[in-house]
Design a protein around this ligand. Structure first.
Ligand SMILES: CCCCCCCCCCCC/C=C/CC(=O)SCCNC(=O)CCNC(=O)[C@H](O)C(C)(C)COP(=O)(O)OP(=O)(O)OC[C@H]1O[C@@H](n2cnc3c(N)ncnc32)[C@H](O)[C@@H]1OP(=O)(O)O
Length: 281
């Protein structure tokens, strides 16, 4: 089968061409034989989504759209973290001009990933809270390595996930499951995520996760690419349009939220908790 051959080739580390190293925080590697691009986030220690990582992600997605890749696999260079979500330092005691640019870029990057015309899959090789989960659920398929967690934990931070975070989550989970998980700020283990359908498969290693993502992308090998991409875009059009129509309002809500003293206090305590955890180890 064609898609099995594609995934074997990719996994074998077969002939690869490094198409782009121009971005500092992401790399794009396109397999010459399969035409599948692997987009790797590389912002140690936790792939916190700051302005620059979001810019590099967007430019890598554009590059993959432009170079006629057959699919996009999103993964991380860290052995334990897919992405820790939004970089809290972008929201804690922020410079408001940068904060505005940060949120606008997040919107831009999400529109590009969720609306991408190529098949997308996430090889989730580490923890994936909040914004990390947003990236994963914006892809069409998810394969996750065991012993990690994934979910939208915003309420645990005293924050509200915007509507478009929910849209991506709801494109994967039934409303009842999604609503409960968001209200609780629930983080799912790999096994729990598989059980509820938040991920599609598990894999024992990053390499195997990439191989399974490639196999998923291979399932489209015999489907007309234009028909496939227009079908995907029709499914996602309403979610994309909702943000496009409300971008300014969404940005203003975000800026208002982060300027609230109670939120700043909460973020300070949360950051402190993360640092204390480091000291205890
Ligand atoms: C009417 C309705 C209107 C609605 C409108 C709403 C509009 C407003 C919306 C606002 C929405 C905001 C949305 C937010 C989404 C997010 O993504 S918020 C971020 C959430 N992320 C997290 O909670 C993850 C926190 N991190 C962890 O749980 C752990 O770090 C980890 C599991 C990812 C990794 O653990 P471990 O490997 O043990 O590493 P650590 O030692 O914990 O971390 C290393 C290092 O990184 C720092 N760090 C970790 N995560 C973040 C982060 N997200 N941002 C910034 N920094 C982070 C951590 O503090 C350590 O730093 P030091 O080395 O100590 O300096």
């Amino acid at each position: 089968m064609l898609h099995t051959n594609l995934s074997r080739l990719l996994a074998s580390g077969g002939p690869k061409r490094l198409i782009s190293t121009v971005n500092k925080l992401t790399t794009v590697e396109v397999n010459d034989k399969t035409g599948i691009a692997i987009l790797t986030m590389n912002r140690p220690p936790v792939n916190g989504l700051n302005l620059e990582l979001l810019q590099d992600l967007k430019s890598s997605i554009d590059e993959i759209e432009g170079n006629k890749s057959r699919g996009l696999i999103l993964t991380s260079s860290s052995p334990t973290i897919f992405s820790a979500g939004l970089d809290i330092l972008e929201m804690y005691k922020p410079d408001m001009d940068r904060c505005r640019a940060f949120w606008s870029q997040l919107q831009e990057t999400w529109l590009a990933l969720y609306g991408s015309s190529v098949p997308t899959a996430a090889a989730i090789n580490g923890h994936s809270p909040a914004g990390g989960c947003l990236l994963a659920t914006s892809c069409e398929y998810r394969v996750m390595v065991p012993k990690f967690t994934i979910g939208l934990n915003e309420t645990q931070l005293g924050m509200i996930a915007p509507q478009w975070f929910m849209s991506a989550f709801l494109s994967v989970l039934p409303q009842r499951e999604a609503e409960r998980a968001l209200n609780q700020g629930r983080m799912f283990t790999t096994e729990e995520a598989l059980r509820v359908g938040l991920i599609d498969e598990t894999a024992n290693s990053k390499e195997e996760a990439i191989e399974k993502c490639a196999a998923f992308i291979g399932t489209f090998a015999k489907v007309n690419p234009l028909a496939r991409s227009l079908t995907k875009q029709q499914f996602r059009a309403a979610d994309l349009q909702q943000l496009k129509n409300g971008r300014k309002e969404d940005l203003e809500k975000f800026l208002f939220t982060v300027s609230q003293p109670a939120l700043q206090k909460g973020l300070g305590i949360y950051l402190e908790g993360l640092k204390k955890k480091v000291k205890k180890q």
